[in-house]
Design a protein around this ligand. Structure first.
Ligand code: HEC
Ligand code: HEC
Length: 308
């Protein structure tokens, strides 16, 4: 019996080894769980921390760059686009001016309301353009859209005013494709509209323009001179030119009025056609239309024939 007991004791001692008490066993078991977990947590943390700095900076940088570039980029766009593609008066109105001028916000004259616009229209197109560009009272400069060119604002003014009782003619585009016109292009955008209110300086402005146009007249005219289609001319006159020439708006020679046409007729048809094509005084190039040279010749002939 004694032997057996000793044997069992030996066994117990042997199998227990380092762990000799229940307390030690408990600690061992707990550590066996905890140590791998702690190691895993630390490893995971290391990896995650590594990813955070790596991925974090990668993801933020393009956004930061974009954010920094954005204002510069859009400014560049304005500069690059402005001289190239002009918004029409309607487009400008619909993108900017409508905010106030459709509902009459802040006391803005409502588009289409003749009474509200009449006092402004009375001051003249030039004055209105000036106020629209620089702002007046509750009206912010350029309607609060500084990306608009002066020319685009002028177009929008014509668009709104013409829907509200005026009959303004948009100024010609400041940068027409013709290289000859390029030199005089930039400045007259608004200036060209000005003579509406101040007809006096118009002939002066017209004078230097005419000689420049004449050499080209010689080249362009003979080709078109062959055939004049008065019916075609009448069509163009009735759709475009009558706007000024029927009533003599801005000092335009009146249709059928011999006396007012005589001084022009004296200069010859070719000169007149070229002046009408390139614009003269308050008259915009081609009367503001897209008419071809031949159609312009037809229309001038149609008007001249009625004034002989
Ligand atoms: C934030 C509102 C607002 C926007 C946007 C706005 N306007 Fe105006 N506008 C006004 C107000 C208000 C007046 C009346 C000012 C006054 O009492 O003289 C006015 C007046 C005008 C006048 C008459 C100015 C004068 O004294 O001859 C013109 C022309 C005009 N606006 C053009 C425009 C054009 C073109 C745009 C778009 C490019 C535009 N407005 C956008 C508020 C606005
Ligand atoms: C926005 C108003 C306006 C429109 C539209 C207009 N004209 Fe004129 N036109 C004038 C004015 C103003 C003059 C006088 C220019 C000056 O002071 O010498 C003029 C002068 C002319 C002359 C004489 C030019 C010269 O010096 O020999 C011809 C020709 C002419 N217009 C043809 C046309 C034809 C053709 C059209 C239509 C395609 C047209 N106009 C549309 C305002 C206009």
């Amino acid at each position: 019996m004694n032997n057996t007991e000793e044997h069992v004791d030996e066994h117990a001692e042997e199998s227990e080894g380092l762990i000799k008490t229940p307390k030690q066993l408990l600690i061992t078991v707990i550590l066996a769980f905890l140590i791998p977990i702690v190691v895993l947590i630390m490893l995971a943390h290391l990896v995650a921390a590594g990813e955070q700095t790596g991925a974090g900076s990668d993801a933020l940088q393009p956004k930061a760059i974009e954010a920094r570039i954005k204002p510069v980029a859009s400014l560049d766009l304005v500069d690059a686009n402005a001289p190239k593609v002009y918004k029409t008066g309607q487009q400008v109105f619909e993108s900017t001016c409508t905010a106030c001028h459709t509902a009459g916000v802040a006391g803005a004259p409502k588009i289409g309301n003749h009474d509200a616009w009449a006092p402004f229209i009375k001051t003249g197109y030039e004055e209105m353009i000036k106020n629209a560009i620089h702002g007046i009272k509750a009206m912010p400069p350029k309607g609060g859209n500084p990306s608009l060119s002066d020319y685009e604002v002028a177009r929008a003014v014509a668009y709104m005013a013409n829907k509200s009782g005026a009959s303004f003619k948009e100024p010609p585009a400041p940068a027409p494709a013709k290289p000859a016109a390029a030199a005089q292009a930039a400045a007259p955008a608004v200036a060209a509209a000005a003579p509406a209110a101040a007809p006096a300086p118009a002939p002066a402005a017209a004078a230097p323009q005419a000689p420049a146009a004449q050499p080209k007249a010689a080249a362009a005219a003979p080709a078109a001179a062959e055939k004049v289609d008065l019916a075609e001319g009448e069509k163009l006159y009735k759709s475009v030119c009558f706007a000024c020439h029927a009533a003599g708006v801005m000092g335009a020679p009146k249709y059928g009025d011999k006396a007012s046409w005589a001084p022009f007729i004296k200069t010859g048809l070719d000169t007149m056609v070229q002046n009408a094509i390139h614009g003269v005084g308050p008259m915009p190039p081609r009367g503001g239309s897209q008419a071809t040279d031949a159609q312009m010749r037809d229309a001038v002939s149609y008007m001249v024939q009625a004034a002989k």
